[in-house]
Design a protein around this ligand. Structure first.
Ligand SMILES: [Zn+2]
Length: 151
C-alpha cells in the first residue's frame, strides 16, 4: 500500500544555515526555495535519488516546525509516504486505532488537496519513528485549480 517515500520534512531553526550545511557537507546544489504563506514556513527542497528532502523553517513561533524544534530539537518532523489509494490507506490505519491529525496549513482533517496530490496526516504516535503524511499523487487532470502551493 505504501509505494515509496515521497518526501521527508526536516524541521530546522534557520533554513539558510541548514542549506549551507547540506551544500558543504553533502554536496547539495541549488535547492528549490519555497515560501509557503499558508503553511507559515520557508523551505528548501532537493532530492536524494527519488526521495525529496524538505528543510522547513517556521516563519511563526507557533508554526509546526518551530513547535517540533521546541519539543525535540531539529530533525525529521514528518515523512510523506506515497500511496495509491489514500482513502484505503486511511481506512486501514484507522481500523487499527490510528487517528487523523489536522493539517495545520489547511485546517482540514483527512484527505485534501495539496500542490502535488491529496494528503492526510496521522497523529504523531501512529507508528514509532516519525509522523506519517500519506500522499496520493495527482494523476493526469486530477489537480484542482485552487490548491495550496507548497508541501
Ligand atoms: Zn493541507
Amino acid at each position: 500500500m505504501v509505494t515509496r517515500i515521497k518526501h521527508m520534512a526536516v524541521a530546522v531553526a534557520d533554513v539558510d544555515t541548514a542549506v549551507s550545511a547540506y551544500e558543504r557537507r553533502l554536496g547539495v546544489t541549488d535547492p528549490r526555495r519555497v515560501e509557503w504563506e499558508q503553511g507559515k514556513s520557508k523551505e528548501a527542497h532537493f532530492a536524494f535519488g527519488e526521495v525529496e528532502i524538505q528543510l522547513c523553517e517556521s516563519t511563526d513561533p507557533d508554526g509546526r516546525f518551530a513547535q517540533h524544534i521546541a519539543r525535540y530539537g531539529e530533525g525529521v518532523q514528518h515523512i510523506c509516504l506515497e500511496v495509491e489509494d489514500i482513502a484505503g490507506a486511511i481506512e486501514h490505519a484507522l481500523a487499527d486505532g490510528a487517528t487523523l491529525k489536522e493539517c495545520r496549513a489547511c485546517q482540514k482533517v483527512g484527505a485534501h488537496p495539496h500542490s502535488e496530490g491529496f494528503v492526510a496526516f496521522l497523529e504523531g504516535q501512529a507508528v514509532p519513528g516519525f509522523e506519517v503524511e500519506f500522499m496520493q499523487v495527482y494523476r493526469e487532470g486530477e489537480r484542482p485549480a485552487d490548491f495550496a502551493t507548497g508541501v
